[in-house]
Design a protein. Structure first.
Length: 198
């Protein structure tokens, strides 16, 4: 039986690859290492059902049919900004490697045949990142629209007076909103609020 720490290291992972054997093999590897994993041949069926069971991590091939891995990443991020994405390809290029991280928010860019240790390390990092993002999103989701405005300005480094001027409210009202934000998010100070916003 896994202890709580092990449970938190494992997550739901979807593998998308138009090579059925490779996708299934990657999914089996992940299951052997404690993850819940499912392979998809095509990103479209996954996009159709994704909102019913959001994943912690998606491993996707770059070169696929109508929707390539980068287009798929753009679409999945609209549905779920808290999912970690790992790209894999048999045809690596430096440009794609850079784009996968900078443009498409990929956690890693793996060359086929897949290095299992590197994949498992990336998945573990992705699951941890996803859990952190989901927790932060849940904590800030409780804020009212005005509290969210104050929160956004706070984490940008604005003081109470500057926030009051931007929002056309009194500094005392800003202080009240700050107190409510701290209470709702369970944070203690600006550093924790900034960490929550990342």
């Amino acid at each position: 039986m896994n202890d709580r720490g092990d449970d938190l290291a494992h997550g739901l992972v979807y593998v998308v690859d138009d090579d059925q054997d490779l996708g299934a093999a990657v999914a089996r590897l992940l299951v052997r290492h404690g993850h819940a994993a499912k392979a998809f041949l095509d990103p479209v069926p996954l996009l159709d059902v994704y909102s019913q069971a959001p994943a912690h991590c998606v491993v996707t091939d770059v070169m696929m049919g109508d929707i390539d891995g980068f287009d798929f990443a753009d679409r999945i991020r609209i549905v779920d900004p808290c999912v970690a994405i790992i790209f894999m390809t048999a045809w690596p290029t430096t440009a794609n490697a850079v784009d996968s991280v900078r443009r498409y928010g990929g956690l890693d860019y793996l060359e086929k045949p897949i290095d299992e240790d590197r994949l498992l390390a990336a998945i573990a990092e992705g699951v941890g990142w996803s859990r952190t993002q989901r927790t932060a999103l849940a904590r800030t989701a409780m804020l009212t629209p005005r509290q969210r405005q104050v929160f956004d300005l706070l984490v940008m480094g604005h003081n109470n007076q500057a926030i009051a001027a931007v929002l056309d409210i009194s500094p005392k009202t800003v202080e009240d909103h700050r107190a409510a934000i701290v209470a709702k998010t369970g944070t203690n100070g600006i550093a924790q609020l900034i960490a929550l916003s990342r």
